[in-house]
Design a protein around this ligand. Structure first.
Ligand code: TYD
Ligand code: MG
Length: 455
């Protein structure tokens, strides 16, 4: 056997170097290179012909009569929706998210619901003691669910234990960064350990047909910690997002071999765990008795689901010639600057001596340019202190020329707005009308600002 070569793997991006360096040559992170047990290269493949000596594998026709395993519905509709209609037996799913966002809580609830419906569910925690997990289950009101718990970090121990009984329908590993495989050297959490542990667990899941869910930690820039390869090894990658200071959480598929990536699941973190939110619009709209200037409502789209969000703008006039502040929460600040420039150049509305603050309510993050018109309307309404008429939703993309451009899925967005009691929509021209909602369309941004200013 040839001697394994020393190599160094960047813990941030997974790139390999032959010498240790203070900075990764690929991703430029500092102090991320760690010595890694490299692959042992045997000369076997070189000496022998690979076409002989192996075992034959069974080749199955696409039209095989054998029934395909059915998706398992967990009973948590928002979770099932995000993963494409239920867990696929034998599949591996990776779920990432900031610490404390609720990954453990969500998966404990999923495991409990499956177990309550008679499916075997095992929850292995490498981070908490079994009693801590039980305590959490009690708090969630799931103390009676027949989930089997283990506190373990050795992949060999876990697989040995699982090998003894019938395989569970669901195996949750919380988290993959705490797992340790003795097939390979290195501390838990290093790239090679994460990869080796995940490989063993995924192989077990595929062999036994159980659905595997791995929890993955997220680095400060939002990627799942450890190598990108982890994302290639699994079938589905989910992100669990939200602001920790706000209640709502969104479960979103980033990659899905068994379904689309355009559906989301919406939850709210309550005192008794995560509650499903079947009607997310209600979460982001504040109850307003009267019309307030600077506030508009935009019908956003999450995958194929419309979500109504409230935009709030505040302007403060400065007396002196000081540089005014511009601040945006939940909206891109360069897009805010662009809209301010278009309002000035095309509509003659100047914010030059005004501080501008823009906030998307509920901690929601908007990146859809279809919200341009709603943002512009909020800004002008704030500046002029003229409220937008109640019951109005606004949508449309604004071009640098001041032209209002059409947006995708207008009908779907308007339908949701009508459902929630909105009566009026300000849209780009040629918008498809929707039942129960009166549509006013605008070709130019200046037409809309004239309307707000009562010109
Ligand atoms: P947790 O699932 O431990 O997060 P993660 O596994 O992603 O790190 O969630 C922890 C947070 O959720 C914690 O700040 C407390 C909060 N929480 C509730 O608000 N209600 C609950 O019922 C539970 C169990 C947790
Ligand atoms: Mg956790």
């Amino acid at each position: 056997m040839a001697k394994p070569k020393k190599r160094y793997v960047c813990q941030a991006c997974g790139s390999v170097a032959t010498r240790w360096q203070g900075q990764c040559a690929d991703c430029a992170e500092w102090n991320t290179l760690v010595e890694d047990a490299g692959a042992v290269v045997t000369t076997f493949a070189k000496k022998h012909n690979l076409q002989s000596g192996g075992r034959t594998v069974e080749l199955v026709g696409l039209d095989s009569e054998v029934a395909l395993p059915e998706r398992m519905r967990t009973g948590i509709a928002e979770f099932d929706r995000a993963i494409g209609g239920g867990l696929v037996p034998g599949s591996a799913t990776l779920i990432g998210g900031d610490p404390g966002i609720g990954k453990s809580t969500l998966l404990l609830q999923v495991a409990a619901r499956l177990a309550q419906s008679g499916q075997g569910a095992i929850y292995v925690s490498g981070e908490e003691a079994a009693d801590q997990v039980r305590l959490r289950a009690l708090r969630l009101g799931l103390g009676g669910a027949p989930v089997r718990l283990a506190a373990a970090t050795s992949v060999r121990d876990i697989l040995t234990t699982l090998g003894e009984g019938p395989p569970p329908a669901l195996l949750v590993i919380d988290s993959i960064q705490t797992m340790h495989s003795d097939m390979i050297e290195g501390a838990p959490g290093t790239v090679s350990q994460v990869r080796a542990s995940a490989h063993e667990l995924v192989r077990f899941a595929k062999e036994k047909g159980c659905a595997l869910i791995l929890v993955g930690h997220v680095t400060k820039d939002g990627n799942i910690a450890g190598p990108r390869v982890l994302e290639h090894m699994v079938d589905t990658v989910l992100g669990f997002e939200g602001e920790r200071s706000h209640q709502y959480r969104i479960l979103r598929a980033v990659k899905n071999r068994f379904g689309g990536t355009d559906e989301i699941g919406v939850f709210a973190m309550e005192g008794k765990g995560l509650e499903e939110v079947p009607n997310p619009s209600a979460l982001f709209l504040t109850d307003r008795a009267e019309e307030v200037s600077g506030t508009t409502v935009f019908p956003a789209l999450e995958g194929t689901r419309p979500v109504l969000v409230e935009l709030q703008a505040l302007t403060v006039r400065l007396a002196s010639g000081a540089t005014p502040r511009r601040s945006a929460v939940g909206w891109d600040s360069s897009r805010l600057a662009m809209l301010l420039a278009v309002l000035e150049a095309r509509c003659g509305i100047s914010f030059a001596s005004t501080e501008v603050y823009l906030n998307v309510a509920g901690g929601y993050r908007l990146s859809d340019p279809a919200a341009d018109l709603a943002v512009a309307a909020a800004l002008v309404s704030a500046l002029s202190e003229r409220p937008i008429p109640g019951g109005t939703v606004i949508l449309g993309e604004v071009a640098l020329s001041g032209e209002v451009r059409p947006v995708a899925h207008t009908a779907l967005r308007l339908k949701e707005a009508a459902k929630l009691g909105f009566e009026r929509a300000w849209t780009p021209r040629n918008a498809e009308p929707a039942d129960g909602i009166e549509v006013a369309s605008f070709e130019q941004l200046s037409r809309l600002t004239d309307r707000i200013l009562g010109r």
